[in-house]
Design a protein around this ligand. Structure first.
Ligand code: CO
Length: 139
């Protein structure tokens, strides 16, 4: 079969202090912020720092009930999910479901920066929360 994951889109890291984390990447590695967004539906604020054709996505909760707030409470700061680029989010999500896998999003939905995304449950993907990312703008 064809490989459905075409690239790593982003590695998402949950942090308590978004500005502090951005500054650290800037000062230590010379990183630049390419995009910032508040995603109200997910209760997060994010900053994307470009690394070649991928991003480091720094994530912080904007509400106490945000899944990222719960994650920080339970596990502390650190790797939150990996976003893989796919040509077709619906097709990749179907492949997971067809294999009997558990998904968080039954259907693809809008993600940040105009992407279409769907999350796979970490119980299915060996402990890693996976986000399938279809980028219509060609990153
Ligand atoms: Co993400």
């Amino acid at each position: 079969m064809d490989m459905l994951l075409t690239e790593i889109d982003h590695v998402a890291i949950a942090v308590r202090d978004l500005e502090g984390a951005i500054s650290w990447y800037q000062e230590v590695f010379g990183a630049t912020v390419e995009h910032r967004e508040v995603v109200d539906s997910d209760g997060v604020a994010e900053a994307l720092l470009r690394v070649a054709d991928s991003y480091v996505q720094l994530l912080t909760p904007t509400t106490d009930t945000s899944p990222v707030a719960k994650y920080l409470e339970k596990k502390g700061e650190g790797l939150h999910h990996v976003g893989y680029r796919v040509a077709n989010c619906a097709e990749a999500l179907e492949a997971v479901k067809a294999s009997g896998g558990r998904v968080i999003d039954e259907h693809p939905r809008p993600g940040s920066r105009g992407t279409t995304v769907a999350f796979i449950h970490p119980k299915t993907s060996f402990g890693t929360l996976i986000e399938l990312v279809e980028d219509h703008g060609g990153h």
